[in-house]
Structures are given as C-alpha cells and as structure tokens.
Design a protein around this ligand. Sequence first.
Ligand code: BG6
Length: 810
Amino acid sequence: MLAALGMSAEPHFKRCPGVWKMLMAAVCVALLSGLQAQDHPGQVSIILLGATGDLARKYLWQGLFHLYLEEVGKGHHFRFHGTALTSTEQGQEAIAKVLESLSCPGDMASGHCAELKAQFQQLSEYRRLKTPEDYLALSKDIEAQVEHEGLRETGRIFYLSVPPFSYVDIARNINSSCRPGPSAWLRVVLEKPFGHDLHSAQQLAAELGSFFREEEMYRVDHYLGKQVVAQILPFRDQNRAALDGLWNRHHVERVEIVMKETLDAEGRTSFYEEYGVIRDVLQNHLTEVLTLVAMELPVNTSSPEAVLQHKLQAFQALRGLQRHSAVLGQYQAYSGQVRRELQKPDNFHSLTPTFAGILVHIDNLRWEGVPFILMSGKALDERVSYVRILFKNQAFCVQSEKHWVAAQSRCLPRQIIFYIGHGELDSPAVLVSRNLFRPTLPSASWKEVEGQPGLRLFGLPLSDYYAYSPVREQDAYSLLISHIFHCRKDSFVTTENLLASWVFWTPLLDSLAHEVPRFYPGGAENGQLLDFEFSGSHLSFSQLLPEQLVPGPDSAPLPSDFQVLTAKYRDSPLISAWPEELIARLAGDIEAAAVRAVRRFGEFHLALSGGSSPVALFQQLAAGHYSFPWAHTHLWLVDERCVPLWDPESNFQGLQTHLLQHVRVPHYNVHPMPVHRRQRLCAEEDQGAQAYAEEISALVTNGSFDLVLLGMGTDGHTASLFPQSPAGLDGEQLVVLTTSPSSPHQRMSLSLPLINRARKVAVLVMGRMKREIAMLVSRVGHEPKKWPISGVLPDSGQLVWYMDYDAFLG
Ligand code: BG6
C-alpha cells in the first residue's frame, strides 16, 4: 500500500512493534511522513562479512539480490558492501564472479532482469574489513555517500557469515566504530554455531550482549526460513477449527521430525569433528521445528513476543533426555576422512556421531505419552526433510480394502506431513490425508500439487492427500533476508530460545561423550542397520549386532579379570554384571520380594533412594514388570533433598518422572518425605522428620521395610548420611535432618538403625567413579562415622550388593 502511495515504509523499521502497532504506525506515520520521505528517501546499507565464503557465494548474495528486486520499487535505497579479510583486488574479483551468476525469478523478462542486475552490481562493492580503522572508514564512507546523494540513513545490516571465533572481535568493532547515528537502526545477523554446549553458548551470548541489544541481533536458523517450516504456525492457526480437537495426545500416535542427507562430512571434518550431528542439526533445526509443532498456539501467531513465550513454555515441558533416549551411528568412511583432513595418526578413531535418532517426550497435558522422534544423518539413502504427524487409528473397516475410498475410509493412515524439501516429491509441500480434513492455506501463495501417478508417500498414493506447495519456491536465505529487512524477529533465534535449547541438549551430549556409535556403510547399503525402535523411554537399534568395530576409549575388561570376582562383598552376597543385566536382575529381585511380601502380608513396603543410579532401575520397573503388585505396594523415600517436591533436584521428582507416572500405585500408598511444610524447607520446628517417622511407625510393621534400596557415594555416604556428621548413625530417631557437603546441603534421611531393621537391603553401585570407594569399603570394618555405608548391616534381614563391572573392576 505504501509503495502504491509512493511513500517510504521507513517507520516500519524504526522499532519492531507487534502487528497491530505496526499497522497503525505504518498507516498513520506514512501519511505524516510522506513528504519528508519524498524529500529525503532512506538508505539501508548491508554489509556482508565473509562475502567471498561458501555460504555467501551459494545463498547470501542471491538472497540480497532477491531483497533488492522485492524492495527497490518501494522507495528504498540500498548499498551492498561485501567484505572479507582478503586483499581488495582478490575480493573484487571473487565478488564480480558471484554477482555475474545471480539469477532473477523465472517469470521476469530477461531484459528487465539484466537491467536490475546491472543496478545491483553498481550498488555493490568489495572492501577489506579487518582493523578498527577499516570499520571507522566504512562508517564514514556510508555517511558521506548518504549525504552526497541527498538521502537519509535508515539503517545498517551487518551479516556475519564468518567463523564464530571472530564474532566477538567483529562485534566490538561494529559497536565502537560502525554504529549508525541515533536516527537509524542497526541489525546484526549471526550464523550458527552459537556455542558448543550450554556454558559456551552462555558465554558467547553474554559477550555479544555487551555490544548489542537483543532486538539488534538476528540469529539465523535457516530451517526457520524454509517455506514449509515458516508455514507450520500459520497452518495451525488457519486450521484451528479442524485441529483443535486433533492436535493432542488423544489423537496423535507419534511425531517424526527428520532430516536425512546423502552427502557426508568430507571437506568439513574440522567443523564436524567438534560438533557432530546432534549439535549440527538436532540442537537447532530439528528442535526449532519441534517447538513449532509442540507449542501451545498463541492467540496471535504473528506476535514474535507471544511466539517466543509459547516456545519457551514448550522447552520447559520437554522431559530430560537420558543416555537411552538416543541411538548413534557413524558412517564407516568418516574416521578415514578425519585422519586425512586433520592429519591424525593411523590409529585415530573418531567417536563423533554422524547419525542420531532421539526419542523426546513432552510432559504436559497436550503431549504426555506421545513419542516425538528426531532423526538426522549423513550418508543415508536419500535426501529429504519432513515432519510427520501420524494420528491414532481405532477404526475397523468391514468392507475389503478395494472398497476403501481415500476421503471417507477411516481405515487408511491419517497423517499431516510438512514436507520441508527434496525427497521423492522434490518440492516443499503440506500434505493432509483426505480422510482427515480439507486444509486451508493462503491461496495467493500455496497451490494444489499436481498429481504424479505412481508416487507414494508415507504409505499412501499422493492422490490420497490434499497436497499444497508454494506458488513460488523461495530459498530459505532469501526469505530470512527479507524477514531481517522487515524486522520479522519471529523467524530468528533469540538468546532465551537458544539457551533453552542448550539446557535441553547439553546433559545428553555430556552423557554420550564416550559412546561408541554404530558404524554404517552409507547409502542404500545401510539396509536395516540403523532402524531403531522405542519401548517406554528407551530407544535401541532394532538389529542386535556385535558392536565395537573399533575399540572404545575404555577397553573392555579381559576374561581373566573376572576370575577375581567372588560372590561376597563385605561378607554379604554380591551380584556383579554389566549394567543392563545388573539392573534387570535387581528389578527381578525386587519384584520377587514384592510378590512374596504381598502373598504373606498383603502389602509390600519399599523404600527407594534418589540420585542417578536408580533411574535405570525405575525405568526398568516401569517398562517391563507387568506382574508387579503395584496396587499393594507402598513407596517410601530413603532420603530427600530439602527442595520443593516439584523441583527437578527432588528425589521424589525423579521417582515420579521415571516410575510413578508409568505405573499404577494408589496415591495413598505413595509417601514423599515432608521436606516442605508451612512453605518452609526442612525447618526443625516444623517437625517433618518426626512426622515421617510417625507415618512409618503407623503403617510399617515394626518399622521393618520389606526392602530398602541404597546407593553408595564416592565419599562412602549412603542415604543422606554423610561422613563426619553424626546425625542418624545411631540412637532412637528413625528419620533425621542432615547436612550434605554438596548442594542442596539440607537433607532428610532414614536413620541407620531404621535402615538396619529392614528385611532386605539392596545396595546398588554403578560406574567407574565408584571404583575407588568400592575398593576401600571392601577393606574397612564397621566405621559408620568415616564411611556411613559401612554401618549398613541389617539386624536380622539380608544385605545384597549389586555392583556393575565398572564399579567393581574399574
Ligand atoms: C546445516 C548443517 O545447518 O544444514 C549441514 O550444518 C546440513 O550439516 C545442512 O547439511 C542441511 O540443510 P538443508 O537446507 O540442505 O536441509
């Protein structure tokens, strides 16, 4: 409209108001400033750093040219400054080549195209940008040129297509020497990677934050510029009526978010070795897509603030990932490529994954129980990216399949696919099964896909879908550059959004740091090797294989090591095995004890410890023990941290997440420790410990738990009974408040005398970190003050040690 009035859209850029404000401002101020705009049209300078690099040559110059074509008729003036560290001569030559190769949209007449291209070339220059003086000179040149041409400076866009280690220096230079004057805006565009983990991302964010305001930064995730990805929220919005009842755990069977590539990492191993597939693709592209699918839909989907808030809420609901939430692979040629490109010795083997499948769960009412599968890999059989939402199907069709009609049959698969690109369809598209509903898409920019006989997608012929593709395909960078110009911040990754993603991924990355990936040959030859499946929250490859084609960092114990195994540890029975077998054995023993106790007494009292070791046990109990008498089981806590029960650090929270929510224990049989009373945590006066002791005495005969599960800390602590701290080691008290050397310091714990009244005590010890203390404790006598674990000796019950080989053999 503004263009039609011959006015500048300048106020549009001054701030980034919401749509309503934007419209108001555009209409009102355009009228007011029309004269002024005509007197002094505005100029935007775009400075592309790394202008001769790969990304710039492939996409960014084309994106800038596209912006120019879109905007030039609308009263804007532009200057494009390609910069790099190379000499002026070399840079000019490189850029002249790129500019020559630029293309216009297919429907533009060639004469017109040539004219605009020549104009664009005229407005583009190369300059070296290295020292603070170079930045100052650039700034002065822009000011002088703007003045000379009788223009007004509207703003500057700095597009940093450079390695992240140079961000901070460049940011400092822009900030100190190349900011535009107060009446013009500054936008700084950054390309990933934005850190390597949470810590480095925080550091980089803090450094950049000291130079730029949040609204000045545009972090690119090019998936947000893919037409189909950019359509997810509008699609959800425009089809609210049909989707409202469907977009939830009652109807969605699973969600798949996939990016498959045929190319490998050759030529990029110096980058790839440091990042791997999870950091390269899942932490950013696939996570962004995940949040767009999973987030609650804001009332106003065009408000960047609302979208961000809803995204952040979605992040908060993501269940933490465990080691078993992932399967990893590496194409076989990878290590050889790394050795060649990075001059590594012949015996070097990389553990960097080039393939990953991840199972994500979202703990909120909308998505509870729905698996979200994220998958990406290099050297796979095809190149394709998509999001597939598969709906549950409870229909039974009486007529035979040949009578099924796509639009009516409830028996055909029902799915919505955001087909991001490539693949058999070879174009972006939104597909909705005809037996779901006819979707609404903006008719000016999306058209129905023409039939392609014989083409089947996700188990259905293309004709069984309502299928739409963009009227005009546009590459992601062109779209994003246009959004930068139009201040559409919702297409970019804000600092909060970025850090939330790293909060989610970093613990998994840490736990997988030494995982040996499964090796795959690459391409079609991968066969079923990488297929994976899930059970509960565990993901595993479908095909079992002898792993370890190359040795991992920890070489496995030799058979001779096992000769040292005895069946006793501290004179009590010892069970030692690989972690999975050990957990399976312990879970089996607990179930057997439960069945016996329920048969004899009608109930089973189980006291459980917190921390990380029992998590796998809880998961095992939750996933595979259907005959467990949960309805007659009472669950007690061995110890608790003095934090609210909903805090992620709470032991009860761990129990809730990994066990309680998956089994059917009556609520009145669950006994969390009362650490949070009268809105205070573990205050002596609140008598929480006494209250728990009374509850135990009232419900557990003689205070004798049927089974107490303990762990052993590296300092010899057990439950929350710590060395050199006398509380709970002897005396009459059943439950005590204690102090831990590590945070959170305040704890509540069963006392040693109460633990020793149990019919059975199982001590679970896992991991290499426990090796030293396991050795030490094997030798010491009864010295609970120094090593509380040494005081565990049931008065008349049985003590059994469960240790994995890492803890026992190191
Ligand atoms: C990039 C990754 O961000 O995305 C590459 O660094 C990957 O490893 C690329 O190949 C895939 O993007 P597209 O647009 O080809 O799907």
